[in-house]
Design a protein around this ligand. Sequence first.
Ligand SMILES: NC(=O)c1ccc[n+]([C@@H]2O[C@H](COP(=O)([O-])OP(=O)(O)OC[C@H]3O[C@@H](n4cnc5c(N)ncnc54)[C@H](OP(=O)(O)O)[C@@H]3O)[C@@H](O)[C@H]2O)c1
Length: 313
Amino acid sequence: MKYAQLGRSDLVVSRVCFGCWQLSPKFWGEIDLEQWREALDVALDLGVNFIDTADAYGDGFAESSLGEWLESRKCRDRVIIATKFYHNFEIPDERVPDTSYDYIIRECEASLKRLKTDYIDLYQIHAWDPLTRPEEVAAALTRLRKEGKVRWFGVSNLNADQIRMYSQYFEITSLQPLYNMLDRQVEEHELPVCLEKRIGVLTYSTLARGLLTGKYTPETTFTDHRANSPRFQGETFKRILDAVNSLQPIAEKHGLTIAQLAVRWVLTHPAVTTAIVGVKKREHIETIVDAAEDILPARDWWKAASIVAHAKA
Ligand SMILES: NC(=O)c1ccc[n+]([C@@H]2O[C@H](COP(=O)([O-])OP(=O)(O)OC[C@H]3O[C@@H](n4cnc5c(N)ncnc54)[C@H](OP(=O)(O)O)[C@@H]3O)[C@@H](O)[C@H]2O)c1
């Protein structure tokens, strides 16, 4: 496994990060927890030391499950935990964005309890909250850091202006954006800001929720949140699958599967520190880690991007 420094922090993270959103039954349906814990064990053995979760994944379920695993394996000191706050889910079915001082302090305590730890390595704002002044967010974060409850702060889903604005109030260690061969919007503004300010990048939906793996056929149907996504239906789905299958020769040339190629593709961008992959079972992580061993030559990076771009046209 290859490792990299995250932004200007002292966190040295594996270039593949274990994503925990799959423990959100509302989106992904019920997954087998035994298999999921086994996947974490395998990840640790393979050198994956970075785990991304959020308070809102399953309204606390993902954090609690991770906390139980951390406690049972006694491995807290071997992993770097990134979690998030933003969605206030204190009132069932009435989720609202909330980055007020009181909520951040309260929610951090709740996350610590669920994760069965006394510190969070990377505490990320899940998305932009237009209703809270940056001074107020910064005051809460400063207190958490002073109390030793949080080591570093990150942001997710923010645009370049929002990143610049927040960075005047507190040190941003990382950005977690949507980035993969199909979704390249952040290349224009956000990734350059990260390079300029030495902000680390954790890509999410690296595999476009599974589309960039080459494992689906036009007959594949989905019973989870993907069933409602236009990309997973009809002509669009078929067009994307055709393009993804056309990546095979590039993948083969580098001894990779298509899923590994998708991970290596994001890791080739110089702003990207680590690729988060959503994991349900050991095969998901076991078969992907080799992608991080190298980057792609520029020619093949562009070739792969243009093949997939045709699917969107
Ligand atoms: N900050 C945010 O707003 C945000 C948003 C989304 C995600 N995230 C984070 O990013 C992580 C990953 O993103 P994502 O959940 O959108 O999905 P993703 O990583 O793009 O795709 C996950 C899906 O890909 C398939 N898969 C995973 N590994 C595979 C492998 N090695 N070979 C073949 N198929 C594989 C599985 O599909 P099947 O289920 O079909 O097997 C899995 O459910 C999340 O867990 C979460 O930590 C953050």
